[in-house]
Design a protein around this ligand. Structure first.
Ligand code: ZN
Length: 192
């Protein structure tokens, strides 16, 4: 079974270690991810994997339908998010496909690293991209396997359950018409 990503649990408290780092170009506009109002995010593609870049862009489109955000591609350090090829040391735990930095921790640069050693289908690239961007938006892992923020397994559908949407609404502005229904049941917001 594929492990989607490595992401520490719990809130980032004072004294906790900073984000993972590496020899990647910084993003001057990484604080854009902390905005509650409309976000205009600059995406920098720093991978030669064109299939991954395309699926990551589709994932940005997915989130643009959920959150009040737009995005555009940039080729400079005026980025909010950067898609990078992760170095080996980021993936010492076997089977980790990707990891995102945490916006509430120190040394946040908006980096999302994919493991070049993971052989992923394009659908997996898309789902994992949605998941990692969810972390940039402040979502932790969700214990429900129905959520795209579940930490492993891949499903044909993208779901955000009530817990995901509640957390998102505390940090960002949801698009109108995006809501969860029922008692803790997930509403399908999109099918890729
Ligand atoms: Zn994760």
């Amino acid at each position: 079974m594929l492990v989607l990503c490595f992401f520490s649990t719990g809130l980032a408290l004072a004294g906790e270690p900073p984000n993972w780092g590496g020899n990647y170009s910084p993003c001057a506009r990484h604080d854009d991810w902390l905005r509650r109002e409309h976000m205009d995010l600059g995406l920098r593609i720093a991978t030669r994997n064109t299939a991954l870049a395309r699926q990551f862009e589709r994932a940005m489109e997915f989130w643009s339908g959920i959150i009040d955000m737009d995005w555009h591609e940039v080729e400079s350090q005026e980025c909010s998010v950067e898609l990078v090829e992760g170095a080996h040391n980021l993936f010492e735990t076997q089977g980790i496909a990707a990891r995102a930095q945490e916006p509430d921790r120190p040394a946040f640069q908006g980096w999302v690293a994919f493991n070049p050693a993971s052989k992923l289908t394009e659908h997996e690239m898309f789902v994992i991209s949605v998941h990692e961007i969810g972390h940039l938006l402040g979502l932790p892992h969700n214990p429900s396997a129905a959520s795209v923020m579940f930490f492993f397994n891949l499903d044909d559908s993208i779901w955000l359950d009530a817990a995901d949407l509640k957390t998102l609404a505390q940090r960002h502005t949801l698009r109108s018409g995006v809501f969860a229904v029922g008692r803790g049941t997930a509403r399908r917001v999109i099918t890729p």
